[in-house]
Design a protein around this ligand. Structure first.
Ligand SMILES: C[S@@+](CC[C@H](N)C(=O)[O-])C[C@H]1O[C@@H](n2cnc3c(N)ncnc32)[C@H](O)[C@@H]1O
Length: 190
């Protein structure tokens, strides 16, 4: 996953908008999901696996972005020059206990295998009392967990593990409440 996202950094944001062409209602629901994120009360927030900062930009309060990819962080720093970005591993967060009021993470939890999920949840709970997770909604008859073959514009292909979520199941898994459940996105606060 590390090299794949590093190589994908410059083309990553296209994904947020390209899906509009194939997915009915995507653009409107993307606006709704972004509004849910923007409506979170201001807090000292760590955006884990922040990527290009697409979501970091919506978060209110004192926000720090963390990602392991130098190229992703380069994009994020260009987008948000005033925000602090840190290169680090989400499974071993380089912050002391209770350093934040909230951990936010978008389209990262969905890529973790079971043992990684346990490590990430342990780390998130260690550094903040609240966790907000955004990911893809499971469609009718759609397989929940799968390995996908992803292709980049240079033609290279990469195996990527991906989970999609039923809102109540994700809320139960994280011990939280559903903030948004649409056709395409799920957001849970725990
Ligand atoms: C699908 S992107 C999501 C980016 C952003 N949160 C968004 O929603 O637009 C996944 C991100 O996770 C980062 N990542 C993957 N494994 C990581 C790890 N162990 N620690 C920190 N970042 C990681 C990748 O570099 C990539 O930027």
């Amino acid at each position: 996953m590390k090299e794949y996202y590093d190589l994908r950094a410059s083309e990553y944001d296209e994904w947020w908008h390209a899906a509009t062409r194939e997915r009915p209602g995507w653009a409107n629901e993307l606006d709704e999901a972004m509004a849910v994120v923007a409506a979170l009360p201001p807090a000292r927030t760590l955006d884990v696996a922040c990527g290009t900062g697409y979501l970091t930009e919506r978060l209110r309060g004192d926000v720090v972005g963390l990602d392991q990819s130098a190229r992703m962080l380069g994009e994020a720093r260009t987008r948000l020059p005033q925000t602090t970005f840190v290169r680090g591993d989400a499974l071993a967060l380089p912050f002391p206990d209770g350093a934040f009021g909230r951990v936010f993470t978008s389209y990262f939890y969905c890529h973790l295998l079971e043992e990684e999920r346990a490590r990430f949840l342990g780390e998130a709970r260690r550094v903040a009392p609240e966790l907000v997770v955004l990911g893809s909604r499971q469609g009718e008859g759609e397989e929940r967990d799968r390995w996908e073959e992803r292709r980049l514009s240079d033609g290279s292909t990469w195996p990527v593990f991906k989970r999609v979520f039923a809102p109540d199941a994700l809320a139960l898994e994280l011990g939280g409440d559903v903030l948004h459940a649409g056709r395409w996105f799920v957001c849970v606060r725990a």
